[in-house]
Every structure is written in C-alpha cells, then in structure tokens.
Write a new protein. Sequence first.
Length: 114
Amino acid sequence: MSRKTIGYVITILTTILVVLQDSFGLTIDPAGAAAGIGAVLTYIFFEAKLDLKAIAAQPGKWKDPKFWITVISAVLAAVEQTFQLGIPVAEVIAVLTMIVGVLFKVQFNKPKPY
C-alpha cells in the first residue's frame, strides 16, 4: 500500500466519521477534521506533483519527514477527537501543514545533478 493510498484512506474515514458522527454518538470538531483532511490532501497533491516530475522509485519513502508529519497530523486529529485532550488541533495541524509545504518547496527548488 502506498503512502498516498494510506493518506487517502485516512481522509475518507475521517470524512465518513464527520458525516455519520450522530449515528455513532461522536462529537467531532469540524475545524479539527477539516485541518486533518487538509493536511493529508496537501501531502497527496504535492506527492503527486513530485511523482509526475520524477517517475523513478522513491528509495527512502518511509523515511520521508513530509510523510510522517502528515501521518502525525491525521493521527493527532483522531486522538484529540477520541480523548478530548484539549490540544488546539486546528492550529497545530495548520502549522504542520505549512511545514510540509515548505519541505516540498525546498525539494522542488533543489538543483538537479548533472
């Protein structure tokens, strides 16, 4: 299973839980859920953009900090919704999403070896 697929599955599950929250008796903060979904979608968009630029295999894909920051964002939203820890999820995930965007920007601007 690819990292983009994992992100996609997390996004779909979060969306389904938000839509069906009354059926399951959950109280889900829409801002936190939207922030988590936004983080995953940002990752998927930029990874797809990178994949189009370089179709070669990614040897260190599981060591990529962008991937793990995105996973942490999605898990943080889920943990906060489940345990109500009082973490400002929307703000934290917004900062983590900006970091992912900066890391992608740095990666796009790296000089190509000749």
